[in-house]
Design a binder for this molecule. Structure first.
Ligand SMILES: [Zn+2]
Length: 368
């Protein structure tokens, strides 16, 4: 049955960190009447049938006929209310993924949306669109757009255009600085589409990040961890990481510069918009408090020159997530070299995500 198949697809890709980090990504199954979309707060790797929200496709389709406010935040709230209203009876306590509208645009039975690191090497690169067209002439490219209704509307227009022009059903869509959508009518078709796409990435990516762990001065690292904890909230956990790539970035603020802007919404949601680079370990306390005064939040990622990376979380689990998500940004910055160089998020988009209620909901849920 369809729901079992989408559970399998979700488990397979959700359990693989090359596809899914920190509960990101979502999947759906549809028939003529209903869309079953992953609920917010569930994890693809472990999702069960009741983790999907059953929606009325007829009510979702009505959203495209409605007129909404011109003012963005008002409009997004109105659309969200209509999306909540499209839930079927018995689903009242669930929250459908913010990407629900996008899933419903594809005619195929199964949709998988993920943010694979290698794919984001392309979507976060300067050559992104052109190189995608060479690699996947059948795919659709969507330039960086505010998520929610605005993004769904743009995707809807592009998918319609594509289908009119080619007479084919769109099944592969790349979102700049975000991720990818795969659509298929069976699990086999999904697997072969994903492995075809990922195989092309493996061929195209010529520079790999050096992730070999390096040895370090333990007492120095411990004293820095203590200094960070002393100015952090109670219960905070600090995770230290040092590998070839981190060492190269920590060598100088010039090397680190490339990571001073986030690559995708995930990086902002879990690690905040900006990391902190500390030139002198002795100044760490002042640097941390100044950073908080300037930015209005505590740094989640702290690089100390010549030492390595410190990820700060509200607990150990959260510190691991922060560290994994930031390592994802580091890998993306290396993969992007195979696609003409890194293209971080646009500053106005960074502000939009940082203030977006939906994303703050996602990060809160991920802490559970
Ligand atoms: Zn996404």
């Amino acid at each position: 049955m369809g729901l079992e198949i989408i559970e399998n697809i979700s488990h397979k890709y959700g359990a693989n960190p090359s596809y899914v980090l920190a509960g990101g990504g979502n999947t759906s199954y549809k028939n003529d009447e209903n869309l079953y979309i992953k609920g917010s707060g569930t994890q693809l790797a472990t999702i069960t049938a009741d983790g999907f929200v059953k929606m009325s496709r007829e009510k979702l389709a009505r959203i495209w006929k409605n007129t909404y406010s011109k003012e963005q935040s008002k409009r997004e709230a109105e659309v969200l209310a209509d999306m909540m209203g499209a839930k079927c009876e018995g689903e009242e306590n669930k929250r459908p993924s913010v990407e629900t509208l996008l899933h419903d645009l594809f005619t195929q039975t199964y949709v998988l949306h993920v943010h694979p690191t290698k794919v984001n090497g392309l979507t976060c690169s300067l050559g992104g669109k052109d190189i995608m067209e060479e690699m996947f002439p059948e795919a659709i490219w969507i330039e960086e757009t505010e998520p929610g209704y605005t993004l769904a509307k743009k995707c809807r227009e592009r998918i319609n255009e594509y289908e009119e022009k080619t007479g084919k059903k769109a099944n592969l869509l790349f979102l700049q600085n975000h991720g990818v959508f795969f659509a298929a009518n069976s699990e086999e078709e999904m697997d072969s589409l994903v492995s075809y796409v990922m195989g092309k990435f493996d061929e195209k990516i010529t520079t790999l990040p050096s992730l070999n762990e390096l040895t370090y001065d333990e007492s120095k690292v411990l004293s820095i961890i203590d200094a960070i904890k002393a100015v952090s909230d109670d219960g905070a956990f600090v995770k230290f990481t040092l590998n070839g790539e981190i060492a190269r970035l920590a060598e100088s603020s010039q090397n680190f510069e490339i990571l001073m802007r986030p690559m995708s919404p995930d990086h902002i949601v879990y690690c905040k918009a900006l990391p902190l680079f500390v030139e002198n370990a002795e100044d760490i306390t002042t640097n941390i408090t100044d950073f908080e005064k300037t930015n209005g939040y505590k740094a989640k990622i702290i690089f100390v020159k010549g030492v390595g990376m410190f990820a700060v979380g509200i607990n150990e689990k959260n510190a691991n997530v922060v560290s994994d998500v930031w390592l994802d940004a580091v890998k993306i910055s290396v993969y992007a070299n195979s696609f003409g160089g890194l293209r971080p998020m646009a500053p106005d988009m960074v502000d939009f995500i940082a203030n977006w209620e939906v994303e703050s909901y996602r990060s809160k849920v991920a802490l559970k």
